[in-house]
Ligand binder design. Structure first.
Ligand code: ATP
Ligand code: MG
Length: 571
């Protein structure tokens, strides 16, 4: 490709509203332009990257038994009402009506659509398993679209749905997808990690997220360096500390005037925060719920939501005062049962002895509070946010923390959608059974942003070779060098190399800057000095390494470089 005939509208200035490196660089490298919030046009360079990613994804999905289809983007409300998600999805769903005032949405995901299709088509266990996927635009009216294509309102997703007759079948499909995902992200040249993820209120289900590791990623990952454990912070857990062997001391009420926060109370009483029981109040339509966590722990709202498993909200100080006569800042579990409050507690609370908590009386706390003797708990569960340094739940080694961008999510659905939509098949025993389903997504357009987030420097993008828009760029510094550059361009193109030849009538400085910004893995420069010596200047974008290659060897050396790089990312 000749740069002079190609459309790469690079920008010198840094776009004002872009925060993340990938967002800035995609705008500056002339890859995307914003249409409205979270909705983008993909320009030629981005389109080339997109196609490369799609190709890798298609190859691996097909290899894992996937069959590609294309489902409608415009979906009727009825199927969403049947699954119960028409209301649950809320404002993230783009809704529209046709001329007959019938309700539709723009598909944010396709479980309802595919389940309805399969319900009407597949009758017998003999037709299973089925693994069906598509690569298509998805629409989500994100509350905060940001970071360019990273969190967009229109984006491209690969979504595969598996249909099996039993749990073993689902496990096989899930495993096949897990391995396909590992191959996909390896082949894209990305450093990534699969982590255990929260699978929502449907207990017992399994889910993994695939994270491209990057310090700017939205997701927090806790992982163990000693064993294979890794989970996102919504899901992560930690081993419990041992129960301390302490003698139970008599309960004591102490005046703590004006000491309402954890730091205040612990400083005032001269105890560590891990001695304190924090009591938080929530309410559902039916009841008040108190949640106990240790003073040095934070509550994990996702875990709490899964446990409560119905709509709930934080109870306001006014409600607590009016309905339960509880003074905020001085609350604790002792006596809550008498007020009809349900008590949930994090597992760590069970290990506490001689604790401190509020006395449910303004300006007073209790000391030497002990479980069973002084208060009881209805349900214990893992309810705390795990953090770096906690002991690994599998092996006890301290957990480490890193950040990532979620690029893929795989999920065992079970019969959630097949039951709701009445999608059944006739099994070998003649019985009608609901399909056992899984769903498996990849954010294709998000991969582009994640790849840049992981691979950039102050000058621009450093594409991993497998998804680079071009493999090699050639720069001719002056008019005298154009004949040689042209020759190399022809030679490499004939050898099947994807070349961007910068033949523009621009100053060398401009060409160097653009080459670094666009980030093509290998840069060949024909300048006056090197040409006189019969050589070509070479720069490897990723490492910054600079070399000189004799002119006659250029093509064979380029091919050797590409081969070696590609081998690094193969599997
Ligand atoms: P997130 O937690 O980031 O909102 P999600 O859990 O809503 O993601 P899924 O419904 O599992 O995402 O979608 C599958 C994949 O689609 C995600 O792993 C991600 O790569 C991609 N994706 C989801 N939302 C967006 C978005 N708004 N813009 C771009 N890609 C997205
Ligand atoms: Mg989301």
């Amino acid at each position: 490709m000749r740069y002079s005939q190609y459309y790469i509208p690079t920008l010198r200035e840094i776009p004002a509203d872009a925060e993340l490196a990938s967002h800035k660089l995609m705008l500056r490298a002339g890859m995307i332009r914003k249409s409205s919030a979270g909705i983008y046009s993909f320009l030629p360079l981005a389109q080339r990257v997109l196609k490369k990613i799609i190709r890798i994804v298609e190859e691996e999905m097909d290899r894992a038994g996937g069959m590609q289809v294309l489902l409608p983007i415009v979906q009727p409300a009825e199927i969403w009402k049947q699954s119960g998600r028409w209301d649950v999805y809320g404002e993230e769903m783009f809704r529209l009506q046709d001329r007959h005032q019938r309700d539709f949405c723009l598909g944010p995901t396709h479980e309802e659509m595919i389940t309805t299709l399969i319900k009407n088509e597949v009758r017998s266990y003999r037709e299973l398993p089925l693994r069906i996927y598509q690569i298509q635009n998805k629409y989500r009216d994100e509350i905060r679209p940001r970071f360019g294509v990273m969190r967009a309102r229109e984006f491209i997703m690969k979504d595969l749905y598996s249909f099996d007759r039993d749990e073993e079948g689902l496990n096989r499909s899930y495993q096949a997808m897990y391995e396909a995902y590992e191959r996909i992200f390896t082949r894209c040249g990305l450093a990534f990690r699969a982590v255990e993820a929260d699978s929502g209120a449907i207990g017992g289900d399994v889910s993994h997220e695939f994270m491209v590791l990057a310090p700017s990623g939205e997701a927090v990952i806790l992982y163990c360096e000693a064993c294979a454990y890794a989970a996102n912070d919504e899901k992560a857990s930690a081993a419990l500390p041992p129960v301390t062997m302490e003698e139970l001391l008599p309960l004591e009420k102490v005046a703590t005037p004006g000491q309402a926060t954890v730091p205040e109370v612990t400083a005032f009483l001269g105890v560590n925060p891990d001695r304190l029981i924090k009591t938080l109040f929530y309410q559902t339509d039916e009841e008040f719920i108190a949640v106990l966590v240790r003073g040095d722990d934070e509550l994990n709202e996702i875990k709490l939501g899964n446990l409560i498993n119905k709509p709930y909200r934080l109870a306001s100080p006014e409600e607590l005062a009016a309905k339960l006569e509880l003074p905020v800042g001085y609350v604790g579990p002792v006596g809550l049962k008498d007020k009809g409050v349900k008590v949930l507690a994090d597992l760590r609370v069970k290990t506490m002895k001689n604790a401190v908590c509020g006395a449910n009386l303004e300006d007073y706390h209790l000391r030497h509070v002990n479980l069973e003797r002084d208060f009881t708990v209805d349900t214990y569960a893992d309810l705390r946010l795990a953090k770096a340094g906690d002991p690994c739940p599998h092996c006890g080694h301290p957990l480490a923390e890193t950040r990532g961008v979620e690029v893929g999510h795989i999920f065992k659905l079970g019969t959630k959608y097949s039951k709701a939509l009445g999608a059944t098949f006739r099994d070998e025993d003649g019985e009608e059974k609901p399909f056992i389903m899984g769903c498996y997504g990849i954010g294709i357009t998000r991969i582009i942003a994640a790849a840049i987030e992981q691979n950039n420097d102050q000058d621009g993008i450093k594409w991993p070779l497998p998804i680079a828009p071009f493999q090699v760029t050639i720069l001719a510094l002056g008019v005298e060098q154009q004949a040689v550059a042209e020759e190399i361009y022809q030679e490499l193109t004939a050898a099947g190399v994807e070349v961007l030849y910068d033949d523009r009538d621009e100053r060398p400085g401009v060409k160097f800057k653009d080459a670094d910004l666009i980030g093509i893995p290998l840069r060949l420069t024909v300048g006056p000095k090197s040409m006189a010596q019969g050589e070509v200047e070479v720069k490897i974008r990723r490492s910054g390494e600079e070399l000189r290659w004799p002119r006659p060897e250029v093509t064979s050396r380029v091919l050797a470089f590409l081969k070696e790089e590609n081998q690094r990312h193969s599997n």
